[in-house]
Each structure stands twice: as C-alpha cells, then as structure tokens.
Design a protein around this ligand. Structure first.
Ligand SMILES: Nc1nc2c(ncn2[C@@H]2O[C@H](COP(=O)(O)OP(=O)(O)OP(=O)(O)O)[C@@H](O)[C@H]2O)c(=O)[nH]1
Ligand SMILES: [Mg+2]
Length: 474
C-alpha cells in the first residue's frame, strides 16, 4: 500500500469514527413533543411516563418495551434540565394527586404555564460499537408540558387579522357557538369600526368574547377557541394585546383602515399578540423535536357530537402543519432536527372495553388521515394506537341473559358510588352527519383508582415507549 493511500484510509477511518461519535451524542438526546388539546391527557401522560420509568421499570410492567424485556434498563431519574428559564414539571405534586398518602386520589390539575422536565435513562446497549466501548449508555429525554389552549394559537402564525376574522366570525353564527355568542354579537353591533378608538368599549366587548370562550371551553369540547391565552392568560390577563376579538370580515378592507380607529387598534393588537406571544412560544418551545406523540381524547369529542369531532380533527390536522417533519438523516439532525416518528394516541381507552380498542384506533386514524398521508409521503413513520396513560377502570365480565357483557368498573368522576357499566362501542371511522346515532354517544369519565401499592396502571404505555424510544435505546 502506498503512503498516500494509507494516509487517505486513515483519514477516512478517523472521519468515520468522529461521525459515529457525533451520531452517538445526537442519539443520546431525544426531545419529545407531547402534543394535545386541553384535557387530552398530556400532564397525566408525562406523570405516568416518569413513574413507570423511574419506579415501575420492569419487564412485567412494561413487557413490550425492549429495553425492559431484555433487562437492559439500569435506572432512570429526573435530572437538571437545560432550559433554565422554564419552571420544572412538578412531578411530585402530580404524583401525589394520583397516589395520595391519605384521602381519595384525584387527577393532576390542568396546566397553567409552560414547564419542562429532563429524564436520564441509563441502559445497557444491545450490541455494537456503543456496547463495546461503554457498557452503559445514557439517553436524555426532554419533555415540555404546557396548557393545551396555547397550542390552539399556532395556526394564527400564518394569518392576518382579516384572515383570522374570516375563519372565526362565521363560526359564531353557527351551531353550537350561536347558543352562547348572542351577547357578544349584540355588543359588536354597537361598535363602529371606523370611529376613533374607544378603549373602554373595546375592553368591554373583549371581556364578553373572553367569557364566551371560557363558557365554550367549560361546556363543550370545541377545539377552535382562539386566542388561546384568553382561556389560560398566565400573566397576560388584562394586557391590551389580549383585548381583541373577531369582527365580520366583510367590514375589513385592509387598504381603507382609518388610522386611530377601533379597527386599526384591533389589527394592531392582533399583530402584537401573534408577534409577541405566539411566535416566541413557538420559536422557543416548538421547534427541534425528534419524536412526537399526539394525544387525542376521541371519546369526549364523540360525546359532544358530530361538529365537535369534526372540528377536533380539523384543528389537529392544522396544528401538525407547524412542526418540522422529515426523514432525519445525520446532517439534517445536526442542523435542523426533524420529527421522524409520530404516534397518534387515542387516549383514555380504559373508558371502553378492551375489545373496542381497535375501533377507537381506527377512528382516530380516519380523523388524522389527511395529514398522516402527507407525512408518510415525506418519510415520517406514523402509528396509531388506543392507550391509557393511567387506567382508572377495571374490566368486568357480566353475565346477562345467556350473554357475557364486557363491562368496566370504576368510580365515575364527581360521583360517590362505584359502577359496573357497559360502555358503548365507538365507531371505527368518522361518521357523516346522517350516520350519527340519534341518541349520540355517552362515554363516562372516571376518577383515578386508589392504588394502595403505590403503583400506577396503564394500557399500552409500553408499546408507546417502544415506538417512541425503542430504537434510541437499542
Ligand atoms: N381514564 C383516564 N383519564 C385520563 C387519562 N389521562 C387523562 N385523563 C383525564 O383527562 C383529564 C385531563 O388530563 P390532563 O393530563 O390534565 O390533560 P392536559 O392535556 O394536560 O390538559 P391541559 O393541562 O388543560 O392542557 C384528567 O383530569 C382526567 O380526567 C387516562 O390515561 N385515563
Ligand atoms: Mg396539563
């Protein structure tokens, strides 16, 4: 071998090892996007994930998670996070709600501000280079939790005030919003958009709009409620940039906006909201994910009816457009990390009997079909599953007139008595309006089970972990 070809070969091999080392360090960090509308179960999911990885991490509890089944998991713990400005996810508090030392268990509270958590998962590599040099490896998993309402604002990033009005205003005239929008719409009629700004009147109408949104959030599972900060203002309550609302787009001619008018102020506030609230939230927290779980509470949406389920599906499809996806080759990951695997999870599957889990997953699949088709085309791996982060019911078989009924047993939320109940079967695809059953659907919600052994139970959380993290822990 000539000295040049030897040098070339050596250089190549050094370059190769450097690349592998970099690959390894990239592989050792995963940023997981836990995505879902308010009430979809993000906080419960994160709490369950931490609990099962830290103190219930064995092959009996998580048999479909390879690193557990192969006894390669050494230990997982919560470690200091990198983002120093963001509060830490209050795991002890969430866990204490679910597994209190005394008293009844309760669900963790709805999230009011952004928070984050880093887990270090120490494991034994299955084989290969990493196993050879270092018998133990550590995967760092970063997760953020946030009020689901804030997510609803992401589509506003691409809209002007008039486009936003075009989308939002007509909704207020339709069922089911029209039942609650009258007061706001009447007040709006009193507003002359071209008159000189009347701050008091704008604040009054904005307050009516806000209380209408808060009412809709409480009484319906409607997903398109914007701006999200009106529902969960954090420290923005009362700030002028939150005092805007949609008006009929017919009245807006952008080239004819009178300076200093009510309309000019609404546009200014909308733009400031998008620029100073939505954009920073998106830029700081919604980029650079590697993996994504989209939690969907399909059963509650079914309870609310056809329009709600359809709206939820359209909002989820819209939201997905705001994450970066694609095959994540080595160089791409270095400069622009992309989500290369998504899991659509029909959450709270413990509210139906196990034999209908498949229907639930198929229904969710049909709800996200449009977007998932695009993503698959771009090389993203997609899976849909019915799961439950925290199981609040037990299966019960009940004999009835020679038949065996697959019931569930639990304590319905806000009730005193435990109940054995036969849940309805969810449809296995999106139904159109004519196919919707006249009596609708009624799935119950349950309080968390008391667990004297301090162990949480799940449905398919191990499949979820394997899908999202399995290859990173190989
Ligand atoms: N049965 C069952 N109920 C669940 C599960 N996860 C969540 N829930 C129910 O859904 C509610 C909302 O769950 P959260 O985890 O607070 O939802 P979130 O997505 O964090 O909601 P926000 O913080 O408002 O964005 C809980 O209070 C429970 O009633 C689950 O795995 N099983
Ligand atoms: Mg939450």
């Amino acid at each position: 071998m000539s000295s040049t070809s030897f040098a070339k070969k050596t250089f190549k091999s050094i370059k190769g090892s450097a690349q592998k080392a970099l690959h390894r360090s990239l592989d050792q960090h995963v940023k997981l996007a836990v995505t879902g509308l308010s009430g979809s179960g993000k906080t419960a999911f994160i709490t369950a994930l931490v609990k099962h990885l830290t103190t219930q991490s064995d092959d009996k509890n998580l048999p479909f998670f390879d690193v557990m089944r192969e006894h390669r998991h050494i230990a997982t713990k919560v470690v200091p996070q990198e983002a120093l400005k963001v509060p830490t996810f209050d795991y002890p508090r969430a866990l204490n709600a679910l597994l209190p030392s005394d008293g009844e268990p309760t669900w963790p509270a709805s999230t009011e501000r952004i928070n984050t958590l880093r887990l270090a998962i120490k494991y034994q590599s299955a084989s290969g280079l990493r196993g050879h040099f270092s018998p133990q490896s550590t995967l760092y998993l970063d997760i953020i939790d946030y009020p689901g309402e804030w997510l609803l604002d992401l589509p506003m990033l691409e809209q002007s005030y008039s486009q936003w009005c075009e989308q939002q205003y007509p909704l207020l005239l339709q069922h089911p919003r029209v039942n609650t929008s009258t007061e706001f719409l009447n007040a709006l009629e009193q507003l002359d958009l071209n008159a000189s700004v009347d701050e008091g009147l704008l604040a009054h109408i904005a307050a009516l709009y806000q209380s209408m949104l808060v009412g809709l959030k409480k009484d319906t599972k409607l997903a398109m409620l914007q701006p999200g900060r009106m529902l969960m203002p954090g420290d923005l309550q009362g700030a002028p940039l939150l005092l805007f609302f949609p008006v009929s787009a017919q009245h807006i001619k952008s080239d004819e906006v009178v300076p200093g008018s009510n309309l000019a102020h609404l546009i200014k506030r909308f733009n400031a909201y998008v620029k100073e609230v939505v954009k920073p939230f998106y830029n700081e927290h919604f980029k650079h994910f590697d993996r994504q779980i989209v939690l969907v509470d399909v059963l509650s949406a079914l309870n609310e009816g056809h329009e709600t389920l359809q709206e939820q599906s359209s909002v989820i499809n819209q939201l997905l457009a705001h994450f970066n996806y694609g095959e994540s080759g080595f160089f791409k990951r270095l400069f622009k990390p992309n989500i290369d695997k998504i899991l659509f999870a029909a959450n709270k599957s413990d509210h139906i009997s196990a034999k209908h889990h498949k229907d639930l997953a198929l229904l969710l699949d049909s709800l996200v079909h449009e977007q998932s088709n695009h993503l698959k085309f771009d090389g993203v791996q997609i899976e849909t599953m019915a799961m439950s982060s925290i199981t609040a019911t037990q299966p019960r078989q009940v004999a009835d007139k020679g038949q065996t009924l697959d019931c569930i047993y639990g304590k319905p939320l806000n009730e005193q008595d435990w109940l054995t109940y036969l849940p309805p079967q969810p449809p296995n695809r999106m139904l159109n309006k004519n196919e919707w059953p006249a009596q609708g659907f009624e799935f119950l919600s349950f309080a968390p089970m008391p667990n004297p052994d301090k162990q949480l139970k799940h449905i398919r959380l191990d499949h979820v972990m394997q899908y999202l993290l399995g290859d990173k822990l190989s």
